[in-house]
Design a binder for this molecule. Sequence first.
Ligand code: SIN
Ligand code: CO
Length: 374
Amino acid sequence: MGKNVLGSLSVKTFLQHYWQKEAHLFQQSIPDFLGFLTAKEIKQLATKPDVQARLIVRQGRHYECHHGPFRPVDLKHLGEKNWTLLIQSVNHWLPEADQLLHDFRFIPYARLDDVMVSYATPGGGVGPHFDHYDVFLLQGYGLRRWEIAKTSDLAIRPNQSLKLLQRFSAQHTHDLEPGDMLYLPPLWAHNGTALTECFTYSIGFRAPTHQEWVNAMLDYLRDELQVSGVYSDPDLREERHPAKLPDSLIEQIFTITQKIQWGKKEVIDMVGRYLSEPKTTVFFDGAENSLSLQKFSQSWTERQLLLNSRTQLLFHKQRFFINGEAFNPDSSCLPLLTELADNKIIKPQVKSKQPKALVALLHDWHEQGWVYFS
Ligand code: SIN
Ligand code: CO
């Protein structure tokens, strides 16, 4: 089990009173947490081609946003004030950040987005804004001031590279020290300003809009729905207006489109695939050491098997979803697969306890780089 990041609050109390409802400050959520990156390391990450990085430079009320990947020289002469460098999905790059997520497993993985880290020099920040996310803002090294407000005035400044609030006045101000953590529900206005050189780790939980879900369902149906039949009109009659859409044509197509139907089963499938689909920036390089099926099975007798931090393994009843694919595993696989999905790790197993179907499945995932041995 992970650390209790909620301090004296029980998970039940937190979910009942704060989750999606109220902001909450957890003092010393992770006592003396300093984070796991130095300024030099975060700058190095920002130069990697498949890392999503942003640099935001503030001049008074104006913020200029630049997107990575950056060249080392871009990050060399930024001065000592008023800028911040942000890296998305550090849990895909740093085992410590992936480990940090373990402390938040009281929220379903289906809701998790990523861990973002920001490094800021004094006066640096991304400006007053809101997110469609639930976020835990965990303070690493240094001090940051968070001004927050629950407001319906969410008008955005026009013509800016960043979505900043036109008006913002703080209702609460919290100065966070290393290890403090602020929870914010979606749509809360917030403005974080570095008081000293500092790092903030944002553990974000996505809350897709209804439009996104509808689009995802339509995409799913377009890919999956197969119907038979061809348009036909053996009873065609001569029309006075050849440009007019015949009523019989409309009627027939109305009937055809009634074939677009779905039930819970399709919704479960769509949701599982959609939420386990890797982001477009995520790539798998295949197994570091390719193994034969036999060697794989032998290795599993001695070593733990871990889920790659980029792999999303989710399930609903007997249906499993991994990296955008859906399948129904053989029932012999279910206990260990469920363990792997929940804990992201499974213990070594003697050969007699390795279900054949599971060895084949895990071997395939191993070759794709979705799982690896400790
Ligand atoms: C930051 O770490 O500066 C930005 C986090 C946020 O406001 O969502
Ligand atoms: Co934010």
